[in-house]
Design a protein around this ligand. Sequence first.
Ligand SMILES: [Zn+2]
Length: 324
Amino acid sequence: MTEPPARLAGGVGDADVVVALDVGGTGMKCALVSPDGRTVHSERHPTDAARGPDAVVDTILAVAEGLAGKARADGRNPVALGVAVPGIVDEARGVAVWSANIGFRDVPLRDLAVARLGLPTTLGHDVRVGGVAEARLGAGRGAGHVLFVAIGTGIAAAHVVDGSADVGAHGAAGEFGHILVRPNGPRCGCGRPGCLEAVASAAAVGRRYAELAGAPATAAEVAERAAAGEPLAARVWQDTVDALADGLATAQALFDVATVVVGGGLAQAGAQLLDPLRAALRERMTFHREPALVPAALGDEAGCLGAALLALDAVGVPTTVEKR
Ligand SMILES: [Zn+2]
Protein backbone atom coordinates (compact mmCIF):
# COMPACT_ATOMS: atom_id res chain seq x y z
CA MET A 1 0.00 0.00 0.00
CA THR A 2 1.33 3.40 -0.88
CA GLU A 3 0.50 6.41 1.23
CA PRO A 4 -2.18 8.66 -0.27
CA PRO A 5 -0.74 11.93 -1.56
CA ALA A 6 -0.56 14.77 0.94
CA ARG A 7 -3.50 17.15 0.93
CA LEU A 8 -3.40 20.88 1.45
CA ALA A 9 -5.53 22.54 4.14
CA GLY A 10 -8.25 23.39 1.61
CA GLY A 11 -8.68 19.76 0.62
CA VAL A 12 -6.80 20.01 -2.65
CA GLY A 13 -3.90 17.60 -2.80
CA ASP A 14 -0.89 19.11 -4.48
CA ALA A 15 -0.59 15.91 -6.50
CA ASP A 16 -4.27 15.78 -7.50
CA VAL A 17 -5.12 15.79 -11.20
CA VAL A 18 -8.21 15.23 -13.29
CA VAL A 19 -8.18 13.07 -16.40
CA ALA A 20 -9.94 15.08 -19.12
CA LEU A 21 -11.05 14.09 -22.62
CA ASP A 22 -12.71 16.24 -25.27
CA VAL A 23 -14.04 13.85 -27.89
CA GLY A 24 -14.75 15.25 -31.36
CA GLY A 25 -15.77 13.69 -34.65
CA THR A 26 -12.20 13.41 -35.92
CA GLY A 27 -9.96 13.64 -32.88
CA MET A 28 -9.87 13.59 -29.11
CA LYS A 29 -7.90 16.04 -27.01
CA CYS A 30 -6.82 14.50 -23.75
CA ALA A 31 -5.09 15.95 -20.71
CA LEU A 32 -4.20 15.71 -17.08
CA VAL A 33 -5.36 18.95 -15.46
CA SER A 34 -4.49 20.15 -11.97
CA PRO A 35 -7.14 21.79 -9.73
CA ASP A 36 -5.72 25.24 -10.53
CA GLY A 37 -6.64 24.75 -14.19
CA ARG A 38 -3.14 23.96 -15.41
CA THR A 39 -2.59 21.27 -18.04
CA VAL A 40 0.24 19.11 -16.71
CA HIS A 41 0.21 16.62 -19.60
CA SER A 42 -1.64 16.43 -22.92
CA GLU A 43 -2.17 13.92 -25.70
CA ARG A 44 -4.16 13.73 -28.92
CA HIS A 45 -5.70 10.64 -30.43
CA PRO A 46 -7.80 10.02 -33.55
CA THR A 47 -11.47 9.26 -32.90
CA ASP A 48 -11.93 7.34 -36.14
CA ALA A 49 -15.71 7.48 -35.78
CA ALA A 50 -16.21 5.30 -38.88
CA ARG A 51 -15.35 2.26 -36.72
CA GLY A 52 -18.70 2.63 -34.98
CA PRO A 53 -19.74 3.82 -31.52
CA ASP A 54 -18.63 0.70 -29.59
CA ALA A 55 -15.08 1.00 -30.87
CA VAL A 56 -15.02 4.73 -30.12
CA VAL A 57 -16.22 4.11 -26.55
CA ASP A 58 -13.52 1.50 -26.15
CA THR A 59 -10.85 3.97 -27.33
CA ILE A 60 -12.17 6.66 -24.95
CA LEU A 61 -11.98 4.29 -21.99
CA ALA A 62 -8.57 2.94 -22.98
CA VAL A 63 -7.12 6.43 -23.41
CA ALA A 64 -8.61 7.56 -20.08
CA GLU A 65 -7.22 4.49 -18.36
CA GLY A 66 -3.81 5.15 -19.91
CA LEU A 67 -3.85 8.76 -18.69
CA ALA A 68 -4.82 7.72 -15.15
CA GLY A 69 -1.93 5.21 -15.23
CA LYS A 70 0.44 7.87 -16.52
CA ALA A 71 -0.65 10.18 -13.68
CA ARG A 72 0.05 7.50 -11.05
CA ALA A 73 3.39 6.62 -12.64
CA ASP A 74 4.33 10.30 -12.36
CA GLY A 75 3.42 10.35 -8.65
CA ARG A 76 0.12 12.14 -9.17
CA ASN A 77 -3.30 11.25 -7.85
CA PRO A 78 -6.09 11.02 -10.46
CA VAL A 79 -9.24 12.08 -8.55
CA ALA A 80 -11.82 12.13 -11.34
CA LEU A 81 -12.49 11.78 -15.04
CA GLY A 82 -14.21 14.45 -17.14
CA VAL A 83 -15.38 13.65 -20.66
CA ALA A 84 -16.87 16.10 -23.16
CA VAL A 85 -18.78 14.99 -26.25
CA PRO A 86 -20.76 16.86 -28.92
CA GLY A 87 -24.48 16.52 -29.60
CA ILE A 88 -27.20 16.10 -27.01
CA VAL A 89 -25.82 15.16 -23.62
CA ASP A 90 -27.83 14.21 -20.55
CA GLU A 91 -25.34 15.42 -17.96
CA ALA A 92 -27.46 14.34 -14.98
CA ARG A 93 -27.59 10.71 -16.16
CA GLY A 94 -24.16 10.77 -17.78
CA VAL A 95 -25.56 9.64 -21.14
CA ALA A 96 -24.46 10.72 -24.61
CA VAL A 97 -28.00 10.86 -25.99
CA TRP A 98 -27.27 11.69 -29.59
CA SER A 99 -24.21 12.74 -31.52
CA ALA A 100 -24.35 12.72 -35.30
CA ASN A 101 -20.63 13.01 -35.93
CA ILE A 102 -19.58 10.23 -33.55
CA GLY A 103 -22.61 8.00 -34.04
CA PHE A 104 -23.52 7.98 -30.34
CA ARG A 105 -27.10 7.13 -29.44
CA ASP A 106 -27.97 6.67 -25.76
CA VAL A 107 -24.45 5.66 -24.73
CA PRO A 108 -24.17 5.48 -20.89
CA LEU A 109 -20.62 6.75 -21.06
CA ARG A 110 -20.36 7.77 -17.41
CA ASP A 111 -21.35 4.37 -16.02
CA LEU A 112 -19.08 2.60 -18.50
CA ALA A 113 -16.17 4.78 -17.41
CA VAL A 114 -16.86 4.29 -13.71
CA ALA A 115 -16.97 0.52 -14.24
CA ARG A 116 -13.69 0.48 -16.13
CA LEU A 117 -11.63 3.10 -14.27
CA GLY A 118 -13.23 3.23 -10.83
CA LEU A 119 -13.00 7.04 -10.89
CA PRO A 120 -15.89 9.47 -10.34
CA THR A 121 -16.80 10.53 -13.86
CA THR A 122 -18.60 13.51 -15.33
CA LEU A 123 -20.00 13.71 -18.84
CA GLY A 124 -20.44 17.13 -20.40
CA HIS A 125 -21.35 18.78 -23.68
CA ASP A 126 -18.31 19.99 -25.61
CA VAL A 127 -19.44 23.58 -26.19
CA ARG A 128 -20.95 23.94 -22.71
CA VAL A 129 -17.75 22.83 -21.00
CA GLY A 130 -15.75 25.01 -23.41
CA GLY A 131 -17.89 27.92 -22.25
CA VAL A 132 -17.26 27.04 -18.62
CA ALA A 133 -13.51 27.06 -19.27
CA GLU A 134 -13.62 30.39 -21.14
CA ALA A 135 -15.76 31.91 -18.37
CA ARG A 136 -13.54 30.71 -15.53
CA LEU A 137 -10.07 30.58 -17.05
CA GLY A 138 -10.24 32.44 -20.35
CA ALA A 139 -11.72 35.48 -22.06
CA GLY A 140 -14.81 35.69 -19.86
CA ARG A 141 -12.92 35.63 -16.58
CA GLY A 142 -14.42 37.95 -14.00
CA ALA A 143 -17.54 38.69 -16.07
CA GLY A 144 -19.98 36.54 -14.06
CA HIS A 145 -22.53 36.29 -16.87
CA VAL A 146 -20.99 34.99 -20.08
CA LEU A 147 -22.28 33.74 -23.42
CA PHE A 148 -19.74 31.57 -25.22
CA VAL A 149 -20.46 31.23 -28.93
CA ALA A 150 -18.60 28.69 -31.05
CA ILE A 151 -18.83 29.34 -34.79
CA GLY A 152 -17.41 26.50 -36.84
CA THR A 153 -19.01 23.88 -39.08
CA GLY A 154 -22.07 24.53 -36.93
CA ILE A 155 -22.95 27.17 -34.37
CA ALA A 156 -23.57 26.49 -30.69
CA ALA A 157 -23.42 28.47 -27.48
CA ALA A 158 -23.21 28.13 -23.75
CA HIS A 159 -24.77 30.46 -21.23
CA VAL A 160 -22.50 30.47 -18.20
CA VAL A 161 -23.47 32.14 -14.92
CA ASP A 162 -20.92 32.28 -12.10
CA GLY A 163 -18.93 29.48 -13.67
CA SER A 164 -21.76 27.05 -14.37
CA ALA A 165 -23.39 26.45 -17.76
CA ASP A 166 -27.12 26.10 -18.18
CA VAL A 167 -27.89 22.58 -19.39
CA GLY A 168 -31.61 22.91 -20.07
CA ALA A 169 -34.47 20.60 -19.13
CA HIS A 170 -33.56 18.09 -21.84
CA GLY A 171 -29.80 18.57 -22.11
CA ALA A 172 -30.25 20.73 -25.18
CA ALA A 173 -29.69 24.30 -23.97
CA GLY A 174 -27.46 26.55 -26.05
CA GLU A 175 -28.57 25.57 -29.56
CA PHE A 176 -27.83 29.11 -30.66
CA GLY A 177 -27.31 27.95 -34.26
CA HIS A 178 -30.99 27.11 -34.52
CA ILE A 179 -32.34 30.56 -33.73
CA LEU A 180 -34.48 31.57 -36.70
CA VAL A 181 -32.89 34.61 -38.35
CA ARG A 182 -33.92 34.35 -42.03
CA PRO A 183 -37.40 32.81 -42.42
CA ASN A 184 -36.94 32.39 -46.17
CA GLY A 185 -33.26 31.58 -45.95
CA PRO A 186 -31.30 28.45 -46.78
CA ARG A 187 -32.42 25.17 -45.24
CA CYS A 188 -30.63 24.13 -42.07
CA GLY A 189 -29.34 20.65 -41.31
CA CYS A 190 -32.15 20.41 -38.73
CA GLY A 191 -34.67 20.62 -41.57
CA ARG A 192 -35.95 24.17 -41.13
CA PRO A 193 -35.11 27.09 -43.41
CA GLY A 194 -33.38 30.15 -42.03
CA CYS A 195 -31.58 28.99 -38.90
CA LEU A 196 -28.54 31.09 -37.95
CA GLU A 197 -26.31 28.08 -38.59
CA ALA A 198 -27.58 27.77 -42.17
CA VAL A 199 -26.56 31.39 -42.83
CA ALA A 200 -23.54 32.18 -40.70
CA SER A 201 -21.57 29.05 -39.84
CA ALA A 202 -18.16 28.68 -41.45
CA ALA A 203 -19.66 25.99 -43.69
CA ALA A 204 -22.55 28.27 -44.69
CA VAL A 205 -20.22 31.17 -45.53
CA GLY A 206 -18.22 28.99 -47.92
CA ARG A 207 -21.39 27.54 -49.43
CA ARG A 208 -23.04 30.94 -49.95
CA TYR A 209 -19.96 32.38 -51.63
CA ALA A 210 -19.63 29.31 -53.86
CA GLU A 211 -23.25 29.71 -54.98
CA LEU A 212 -22.76 33.36 -55.90
CA ALA A 213 -19.26 33.10 -57.34
CA GLY A 214 -19.69 29.72 -58.99
CA ALA A 215 -16.43 28.48 -57.48
CA PRO A 216 -15.74 26.77 -54.17
CA ALA A 217 -14.15 28.70 -51.31
CA THR A 218 -13.61 28.19 -47.60
CA ALA A 219 -14.85 30.70 -45.04
CA ALA A 220 -11.22 31.72 -44.45
CA GLU A 221 -10.81 32.44 -48.16
CA VAL A 222 -14.03 34.46 -48.20
CA ALA A 223 -12.70 36.47 -45.24
CA GLU A 224 -9.41 37.06 -47.05
CA ARG A 225 -11.12 38.16 -50.25
CA ALA A 226 -13.51 40.42 -48.34
CA ALA A 227 -10.54 42.06 -46.62
CA ALA A 228 -8.90 42.52 -50.03
CA GLY A 229 -12.02 44.39 -51.20
CA GLU A 230 -13.66 41.81 -53.46
CA PRO A 231 -17.32 42.97 -53.60
CA LEU A 232 -18.93 39.51 -53.66
CA ALA A 233 -16.92 38.27 -50.69
CA ALA A 234 -17.56 41.54 -48.84
CA ARG A 235 -21.29 41.10 -49.37
CA VAL A 236 -21.28 37.50 -48.08
CA TRP A 237 -19.18 38.57 -45.09
CA GLN A 238 -21.53 41.43 -44.22
CA ASP A 239 -24.58 39.13 -44.55
CA THR A 240 -22.87 36.77 -42.14
CA VAL A 241 -22.13 39.54 -39.66
CA ASP A 242 -25.73 40.80 -39.87
CA ALA A 243 -27.19 37.35 -39.24
CA LEU A 244 -24.86 36.79 -36.28
CA ALA A 245 -25.81 40.20 -34.87
CA ASP A 246 -29.51 39.30 -35.18
CA GLY A 247 -28.86 36.08 -33.28
CA LEU A 248 -26.77 37.81 -30.62
CA ALA A 249 -29.40 40.52 -30.14
CA THR A 250 -31.94 37.79 -29.40
CA ALA A 251 -29.51 36.10 -27.03
CA GLN A 252 -28.80 39.37 -25.24
CA ALA A 253 -32.52 40.05 -24.84
CA LEU A 254 -32.84 36.64 -23.15
CA PHE A 255 -29.67 36.48 -21.10
CA ASP A 256 -28.37 40.03 -20.51
CA VAL A 257 -24.76 38.84 -20.30
CA ALA A 258 -21.75 40.99 -19.47
CA THR A 259 -19.47 39.36 -22.03
CA VAL A 260 -19.88 37.40 -25.26
CA VAL A 261 -16.86 35.21 -25.99
CA VAL A 262 -16.59 34.24 -29.66
CA GLY A 263 -14.65 31.11 -30.57
CA GLY A 264 -14.56 28.44 -33.26
CA GLY A 265 -13.07 28.50 -36.76
CA LEU A 266 -14.80 31.64 -38.00
CA ALA A 267 -13.44 33.61 -35.02
CA GLN A 268 -9.96 33.08 -36.48
CA ALA A 269 -10.83 36.09 -38.63
CA GLY A 270 -10.33 38.16 -35.46
CA ALA A 271 -11.09 41.86 -35.72
CA GLN A 272 -12.41 41.38 -39.24
CA LEU A 273 -15.32 39.53 -37.68
CA LEU A 274 -15.57 41.09 -34.23
CA ASP A 275 -15.33 44.78 -35.18
CA PRO A 276 -18.26 44.85 -37.63
CA LEU A 277 -20.16 42.38 -35.42
CA ARG A 278 -19.79 44.70 -32.44
CA ALA A 279 -21.06 47.63 -34.52
CA ALA A 280 -24.00 45.64 -35.91
CA LEU A 281 -24.95 44.40 -32.46
CA ARG A 282 -24.78 47.95 -31.07
CA GLU A 283 -27.23 49.09 -33.78
CA ARG A 284 -29.67 46.41 -32.60
CA MET A 285 -29.57 47.33 -28.91
CA THR A 286 -32.43 49.50 -27.70
CA PHE A 287 -32.79 49.42 -23.92
CA HIS A 288 -30.63 46.34 -23.56
CA ARG A 289 -27.11 46.82 -22.35
CA GLU A 290 -24.45 46.05 -24.92
CA PRO A 291 -22.21 43.14 -23.92
CA ALA A 292 -18.45 43.18 -24.35
CA LEU A 293 -17.62 41.12 -27.44
CA VAL A 294 -14.25 39.38 -27.14
CA PRO A 295 -12.33 36.59 -28.90
CA ALA A 296 -11.94 33.25 -27.12
CA ALA A 297 -8.63 32.85 -25.30
CA LEU A 298 -8.21 29.10 -24.82
CA GLY A 299 -8.42 27.87 -28.42
CA ASP A 300 -9.12 24.17 -28.85
CA GLU A 301 -8.01 23.40 -25.28
CA ALA A 302 -11.21 24.90 -23.88
CA GLY A 303 -13.15 21.63 -24.09
CA CYS A 304 -10.55 19.64 -22.20
CA LEU A 305 -10.12 22.27 -19.50
CA GLY A 306 -13.88 22.60 -19.13
CA ALA A 307 -14.36 18.83 -18.86
CA ALA A 308 -11.76 18.90 -16.07
CA LEU A 309 -13.49 21.78 -14.25
CA LEU A 310 -16.85 20.01 -14.43
CA ALA A 311 -15.31 16.84 -12.99
CA LEU A 312 -13.65 18.81 -10.18
CA ASP A 313 -16.97 20.48 -9.35
CA ALA A 314 -18.73 17.10 -9.27
CA VAL A 315 -16.31 15.48 -6.83
CA GLY A 316 -16.24 18.58 -4.67
CA VAL A 317 -12.52 19.14 -5.04
CA PRO A 318 -12.18 22.87 -4.50
CA THR A 319 -10.51 24.37 -7.52
CA THR A 320 -8.43 27.44 -7.03
CA VAL A 321 -10.10 28.76 -10.18
CA GLU A 322 -12.50 31.54 -9.36
CA LYS A 323 -16.04 31.05 -10.50
CA ARG A 324 -16.43 34.69 -11.35
ZN1 LIG B 1 -31.60 24.53 -37.59
